[in-house]
Design a binder for this molecule. Structure first.
Ligand code: HEM
Length: 499
């Protein structure tokens, strides 16, 4: 054999050794987490790959999301193990079962006996150990009832509609009158707008500077949310932890002030009751009130959940409308018809007008499906449970891959096409449309979010145009899908505008 052939043999042997080592390390890692289950239970686990120690599937997950092909992560499991609906993996430092089909997600989400929340350490540390993300069943039920009622239903939504309407009208006009070349970060400004709305609902408002500062702090918090929990300078999680401290301090100041005033405004009149007052006043059966840190964690959670997703979805819906002239024309015609049906003396929109926006609602639902702002959610098994015939062992984490359900061609034909008409006809089968989750932890702000987004789109369609500076800008998928330029764009007022 010549020297070249020896090198070739050596290269093959080295490659085989690497493959064998890789397989051995993976097998040892899987054994470490599954040995205690015993052969019987181990044999009932779903197929999957626990990956290497410590990192597990995190590299593959981060690589897929950072390379702009987020679906390639779950697709690789489906390719290797078939459409099992459940896969085992090692994610966020825990042995995990990933549920990827409507049936599997639905079963987990509807079973409160067998599953509790199971968010990763980083999320709990950032949103708050005393918020819903880490709360037991009874306490969650009590505080959920208290906080969800005032943001749901006809009366609650009617009471916020005027403020939302005015805020949207003023904001759009302000953007269209900007000086310079008119460009601004559309997403950043939309987040500010949705933040102003949620701060009004939960805390009776804040001055412009404080609101902008708080929102910037939330942005830093969110950038650390899906990152590895490495609390060292330079890491996103470290910055996010510092952002949380600033938020807690700011809310503590507001709470102290609120307690000092004892239900009065600065001018001495009786102040209207908002969510902060409700949280201060609530007592459990034993007469115990919430501590400051409990109130603050619930507020940190609500203020974040209440603006971040709505801001992103509003941006994407506007972009999709502007990019699809036929869809835009149809949506605009619907809004014009609604305008014609409004009696002359009526000031602003009513909830009745909102309920007539059937096509716009399809546009928003398609945006929610297509964008997958909450692509995954987390639970933990409290006992052994069988789903799709596979075992989810007690103590293991469960990830609900809402994104996979929404991008599954068996559920949504041609899933990568933005097509609002797929929402015509009867409502979707239970478990197939999960933008707000399902079950007892279904998003309590779903109606409010849809209202806010629709009011914005109503005014946008009737009077404005969006021109992006970089229409083909790269999209980042973590923590939430967004163009890397935060949608640098110009808003111009149409000459035929109604507003
Ligand atoms: C487009 C906008 C929104 C989307 C896509 C969204 C999505 C979601 C999803 C998927 C969940 C469930 C997570 C799980 O399965 O555990 C959730 C929970 C939650 N959302 Fe939203 N949300 C939106 C807007 C809002 C708004 C406006 C508010 C507040 C007013 C809000 C407050 C919450 C809260 C407090 C929870 C936790 C519920 C619980 O654990 O009981 N969200 N949201």
């Amino acid at each position: 054999m010549g020297e070249g052939a020896w090198w070739a043999v050596a290269a093959v042997v080295a490659a085989l050794a690497v493959v064998a080592l890789d397989a051995a390390v993976r097998a040892a890692h899987a054994w470490y987490w599954t040995a205690s289950l015993g052969a019987g239970r181990r044999g009932r686990l779903p197929p999957g790959d626990m990956g290497w120690p410590l990192v597990g599937g995190m590299w593959a997950f981060l690589r897929a999301f950072k390379s702009g092909r987020p679906d390639s992560f779950i697709d690789s499991f489906a390719r290797r193990f078939g459409r099992a609906g459940l896969y085992r993996a090692f994610m966020f430092s825990s042995p995990t079962i990933m549920a990827t089909t409507p049936e599997a997600c639905k079963q987990v989400l509807m079973d409160d006996d067998a599953f509790v929340t199971g968010w990763p350490k980083a999320t709990v540390a950032l949103i708050g150990p005393k918020s819903f993300v880490n709360m037991g069943y009874d306490e969650h039920r009590r505080l959920r009832k208290l906080t969800a009622a005032p943001i749901n239903g006809f009366d609650a939504l009617t009471s916020y509609l005027g403020f939302i309407d005015d805020t949207v009208v003023t904001t759009l006009r302000g953007w269209s009158e900007r000086g310079g070349d008119g460009h601004f970060e559309f997403l950043t400004e939309l987040r500010r707008m949705t933040f102003r709305i949620i701060v009004q609902i939960f805390m009776g408002g804040a001055d412009e500077r404080t609101a902008a500062e708080l929102e910037r702090t939330y942005t830093e918090l969110n950038y650390g949310m899906r990152a590895m929990a490495i609390d060292l300078p330079g890491f996103a999680y470290h910055k996010a932890i510092r952002a949380r401290r600033r938020l807690v301090a700011a809310l503590q100041r507001v709470l102290d002030e609120r307690r000092a005033r004892g239900g009065k405004t600065a001018a001495g009149a009786a102040a209207p009751v908002d969510m902060m007052d409700r949280l201060i006043a609530v007592e459990d059966e034993g007469g115990r009130r919430l501590q400051d840190d409990e109130i603050i964690d619930v507020l940190v959670m609500y203020l974040n959940a209440g603006h971040e997703s709505s801001g992103h979805i509003t941006m994407w819906a506007t972009v999709f409308l502007q990019e699809n002239p036929e869809i835009l024309a149809k949506a605009k015609a619907e809004q014009e018809a609604i305008m014609r049906s409004i009696p002359p003396g009526q000031k602003g929109l009513t909830l009745r007008d909102f309920r007539k926006m059937a096509y716009l609602s399809q546009v928003v639902d398609e945006t929610l499906r297509f964008v997958n702002i909450s692509f995954v959610s987390f639970r933990q098994a409290t006992r052994d449970v069988f789903v799709n015939g596979y075992l989810i062992p007690k103590g293991w984490k469960v990830q609900l891959w809402y994104r996979s359900v929404h991008m599954d061609p068996q559920v949504y034909p041609d899933p990568k096409k933005f097509d609002p008409s797929r929402w015509e006809g009867p409502p979707p089968r239970a478990g197939t449309f999960l933008p707000f989750g399902l079950g007892t932890r279904l998003c309590p702000g779903n109606d409010l979010a849809k209202l806010e987004i629709s009011v914005f789109l109503h005014h946008f369609l009737l009077g404005y145009k969006l021109t992006r500076k970089n229409p083909n800008c790269r999209v980042r998928y973590l923590p939430h899908p967004r163009p890397v330029d935060n949608c640098l764009a110009k808003i111009t007022r149409l000459s035929s505008s109604h507003g």
